[in-house]
Design a protein around this ligand. Structure first.
Ligand code: NOJ
Ligand code: CA
Length: 717
C-alpha cells in the first residue's frame, strides 16, 4: 500500500478494505443512519454490492460490470487499486420546485478496480449512501485499450430478498404510456397488454420479463423500495429484467437497431443507478436523491424561467370536437399544397382569441395552441417524416395578430412543435423553430414525438434520442425558451441541470380519457411513486365535464370526481400546469374553478401527509414567497377519509380554509360532478377530515386571514 492510501485508511478506517489489496478478495462497507452499503470483490475479481436498511438486507450481493465490444468482460478479474471516501452535507436552492431548499447529504466511496491480466482494463465504481437510499455509477477512464467502445451489456444486478409486490409497466423501448399492473415480481408479463410501441420489429422485440423504471416495490414486511436512475446523459435508458427464479432484477439496456446499447468515448460515465428505501411510503415521495445526483444548473441567468399555468387549444382536438389539420386531404404534406378548409380547424385566430380572453380574465398566464402550423394532414402513423417546418402557419392562424392580441392582454403564448418522431429532421430545424418563437414572443415550447423514430431503427428510450432530448433542452436554453416534452424517455432529474426543462409527459396522461376508454382511478395514486420520481409531469389536469365530452364516443367518462381533478394540481407536480378543459366547461362550475385560479405552481415547501402506492396520497404545499398553503388528497376506487393535521401552519396566525370536497353522494362513475365548497377558520391545531368518494379527492386552499376577513366564517370542528 502506498503512503497516500495508508494515510487515507488511517483517517477513514471504516471505508478501508479489510484485507490487503494484494490478497485475493476484499470487502468494505459504508453507512449513513439506517442505510448501509457493503462492497466485496470475490476471489475471481468480481465486484458485488449489497444494501441494508435498519440492519436488514434489502439488496443481496449483486454483480456489477459490463460486456463491452461484444465480448470483452469488464465484470471480473479485478483487484482493488485504491479507494477514496468523503462526506458531503450541503443545501442548495432549485430555480423552482416542490421545496425551496434541498439538503444533499451523503457519504461517497470510490473504488478503483484494475484487471489482473489481459485486457488489463480499469473501471471505477462510485457509490453514494444517502439517508434514504443508495446510488452508484460506473466511470471509465481513458486507457490505451479503452477509448471508443460499445457497451454491449450492462450486468448490474439488484438481487432482492423476496417476491415483492411491484407497480410496473412493460419494458417497451418506445412508449411509457401504459396502465400500471400491480403484481408480484414473479407474475410480471410484459406482453400481457398489447405493446404500444410503434417501432419494434422482430429483431428488437422487448423482453417479456422486462419492466421500466422507476420501479416501485413493497416487501411483505412493509418496506418500500424504488429503483430508477439519475442523470441519464449520453447513455441509453435502463429497464429491468426480472429473474423470477432468483427474485433478481438485472439491468436491461434499451438497444439500437444493431442491438448495441451505448457508444462511449472515454472518459465516460454511466447514469446513477438509484435505490430509494424506507419503511414509510411518504419518504419515497419526499426523496430528493435523484435531483441531488444531477449536476447543478448549466444555465447561469435563470431569471427568464417562470413556472405558470396554461390553457390550450387542445382538449377540443383530443375529444374530436375540432381538428389539428386544416384540410381533410391527407396528401397535403407541405405548405405548397392546395388547402381546402375542413371547417373544424381548432387553431383559427378567432378561436385562439377566445382562449386568450379566458386566460386573461382568470389570471392564467399561458395559452398553448396546437395545430397552428402546416403538416397535420399527414403527420400520424406514417413513418415518412418531414411533415412539419415549424415556421408556416395555416392560412387561418394569424401569428402576428395573435402576438399583438396576447401581448395586449398580458398573456404568454406557448409554441407547439409536434415532430411526428422525426427527431433527425427536427434537430436540424430547431434553431429556425426557436427563432420563430423568439420573433413572435413565445417563451416556451411543447415538443412531441408521436410515432416511430426517424432516424429509423432508433428508439425513444435509446442513446440517440437521449442525446436528442438533452440537446433540445440545451438549444431551447440558448434561445431562452422553456420546454415541455411529450413522448420522451421518462425523466431522471435533469431539470436540475436544465431548469428550462420544466416538464414532460413520458407517461399515460389525462388525455387517454379522451381518446380511449381511459385510466382507472388508481392510476393517479401510482404515478407519483413511479413516473414522477424522475421529475414533473405534464398530466393536464382540470377536466370539469366528466361525461359525454368525446364527440364520437359518448360512453367515455373521466375516472375521477371533479374534486379529484382539483386535487391533482397538488398531487401531480408540474411547474407548467395545464388548465385542460374547454372554457365553456368551466363556466357551470365557476365556484370550483376558483381553486384552479388560486393554486400555485411553485413551492417553498411540501409535506407528504399520507401515502400508499396504488391507494391514496395526501400532500400539502406552501406557495413560493407567500403564506398560502394548498392541500390535495386523492384516493383510488375506494372511498376514504384523509386526515390532515395543520401543524405546518404558522402558530401565531389564523387562516381561512376553503375546502372543495366530494358531495356525500359523489362517485367517480355514477355522480362525478357532485362537489361542495365550505369555508372555515383554521389554525395550526386544526385537523382536517376530508371525505373522499370512490375515485374521489379533495382540494383545500388555506390563506392567512385577520380581523374583518374572519368575521362570519365558522371555526373548523
Ligand atoms: C400527443 C401528446 O401527448 C398530445 O398532448 C398532443 O396533443 C398530440 N400528441 C399531438 O401532438
Ligand atoms: Ca402522449
Amino acid at each position: 500500500m502506498r503512503l497516500k492510501e495508508s494515510l487515507l485508511c488511517f483517517f477513514i478506517t471504516s471505508i478501508c478494505f479489510s484485507t490487503a489489496l494484494s490478497q485475493q478478495s476484499a470487502e468494505t462497507a459504508i453507512s449513513l443512519n439506517t442505510i448501509k452499503l457493503r462492497l466485496k470483490v470475490d476471489q475471481d475479481g468480481r465486484p458485488f454490492y449489497s444494501v441494508y436498511y435498519k440492519g436488514k438486507t434489502v439488496i443481496q450481493p449483486s454483480r456489477l460490470g459490463f460486456i463491452i465490444d461484444s465480448s470483452i468482460r469488464l465484470d471480473s478479474n479485478f483487484q482493488v487499486m485504491k479507494t477514496d471516501s468523503m462526506t458531503i452535507d450541503e443545501t442548495w436552492k432549485p430555480v423552482w420546485g416542490e421545496v425551496s431548499q434541498i439538503r444533499n447529504h451523503y457519504k461517497q466511496l470510490a473504488v478503483y478496480l484494475q484487471q489482473k491480466s489481459a485486457p488489463n482494463l480499469s473501471l471505477a465504481l462510485l457509490f453514494r449512501v444517502f439517508e434514504d437510499g443508495i446510488a452508484f455509477r460506473y466511470e471509465f477512464s481513458v486507457q490505451p485499450k479503452l477509448k471508443y467502445f460499445i457497451v454491449s451489456n450492462e450486468e448490474t444486478e439488484f438481487n432482492l430478498t423476496g417476491d415483492h409486490k411491484a407497480f410496473w409497466i412493460p419494458g417497451d423501448f418506445d412508449s411509457n404510456e401504459y396502465l400500471y399492473t400491480t403484481s408480484k415480481l414473479s407474475e410480471v408479463d410484459a406482453w400481457k397488454l398489447p405493446m404500444l410501441s410503434f417501432g419494434n420489429k422482430a429483431e428488437n422485440i422487448p423482453d417479456q420479463n422486462a419492466v421500466q423504471t422507476p420501479l416501485m416495490m413493497k416487501t411483505a414486511e412493509g418496506l418500500y423500495i424504488n429503483i430508477h436512475e439519475a442523470a441519464l446523459v449520453n447513455y441509453t435508458s435502463m429497464q429491468l429484467h426480472v429473474n423470477k427464479a432468483k427474485h433478481g432484477l438485472i439491468a436491461s439496456l434499451v438497444p439500437d437497431t444493431y442491438g448495441n446499447k451505448a457508444y462511449l468515448h472515454a472518459p465516460a460515465k454511466t447514469p446513477w443507478r438509484t435505490i430509494i428505501i424506507s419503511d414509510k411510503a411518504t419518504d419515497i415521495l419526499a426523496s430528493k436523491m435523484i435531483l441531488n445526483l444531477n449536476e447543478p444548473s448549466a444555465i447561469q441567468n435563470t431569471s427568464w424561467i417562470k413556472p405558470m399555468k396554461f390553457v390550450g387549444v387542445w382538449w377540443e382536438m383530443q375529444t374530436g370536437i375540432s381538428s389539428w389539420n386544416y384540410t381533410d386531404n391527407p396528401d397535403i404534406v407541405t405548405r405548397d399544397g392546395k388547402m381546402i378548409p375542413n371547417g373544424r380547424h381548432g387553431a383559427n385566430t378567432t378561436n385562439v382569441k377566445r382562449y386568450i380572453d379566458f386566460a386573461a380574465k382568470n389570471g392564467i398566464k399561458g395559452v398553448l395552441v396546437e395545430g397552428w402550423n402546416t403538416g397535420w394532414e399527414s403527420w400520424f402513423g406514417n413513418w415518412y417524416g418531414q411533415h412539419f417546418d415549424f415556421v408556416t402557419p395555416y392560412p387561418d392562424f394569424d401569428i402576428s395578430e395573435i402576438e399583438k392580441y396576447s401581448k395586449q392582454r398580458g398573456v404568454q403564448m406557448i409554441m407547439h412543435n409536434e415532430t411526428s418522431a422525426d427527431a433527425g429532421t427536427y434537430y436540424k430545424q430547431m434553431d429556425t423553430a426557436f427563432k420563430v418563437m423568439n420573433k413572435y414572443g413565445y417563451n416556451s415550447v411543447k415538443t412531441g414525438y408521436v410515432g416511430r423514430i426517424i432516424p429509423r431503427g432508433e428508439h425513444h428510450d435509446g442513446q440517440w434520442m437521449i442525446n436528442h432530448y438533452v440537446a433540445s433542452a440545451q438549444k431551447a436554453a440558448d434561445h431562452k425558451v422553456m420546454i415541455d416534452m411529450h413522448e420522451p424517455v421518462r425523466p431522471t432529474g435533469l431539470h436540475r441541470t436544465w431548469p428550462n426543462f420544466l416538464a414532460s409527459e413520458a407517461s399515460r396522461g389525462n388525455e387517454w380519457n379522451a381518446f380511449s376508454e381511459g385510466s382507472p382511478p388508481e392510476h393517479e395514486v401510482i404515478l407519483p411513486f413511479t413516473r414522477l420520481m424522475g421529475g414533473p409531469m405534464d398530466y393536464t389536469p382540470g377536466i370539469f365535464k366528466m361525461k359525454n365530452y368525446a364527440k364520437d364516443a359518448p360512453q367515455r367518462q373521466m375516472h375521477t370526481t371533479l374534486a379529484k381533478q382539483l386535487a391533482l394540481y397538488i398531487t401531480i407536480y408540474s411547474p407548467l400546469q395545464m388548465v385542460a378543459d374547454l372554457p365553456e366547461n368551466y363556466e357551470p362550475h365557476i365556484d370550483a374553478f376558483q381553486f384552479i385560479k388560486d393554486v400555485a405552481v411553485d413551492w417553498d415547501d411540501t409535506k407528504v401527509i399520507e401515502a400508499e402506492p396504488g391507494d391514496y396520497i395526501t400532500l400539502a404545499r406552501k406557495e413560493k414567497g407567500a403564506g398560502n398553503w394548498f392541500i390535495g388528497a386523492i384516493t383510488d376506487e375506494n372511498s376514504r377519509v384523509a386526515s390532515v393535521p395543520l401543524a405546518f401552519l404558522d402558530k401565531e396566525k389564523k387562516y381561512i380554509a376553503t375546502i372543495y370536497a366530494d358531495e356525500d353522494n359523489a362517485d367517480w362513475k355514477s355522480n362525478p360532478e357532485a362537489y361542495k365548497i365550505d369555508k372555515f377558520v383554521v389554525d395550526g391545531k386544526s385537523v382536517l377530515k376530508l371525505k373522499l368518494a370512490n375515485g374521489g379527492g379533495a382540494a383545500v386552499s388555506i390563506m392567512p386571514a385577520t380581523g374583518e376577513q374572519l368575521k362570519g366564517v365558522k371555526a373548523y370542528k
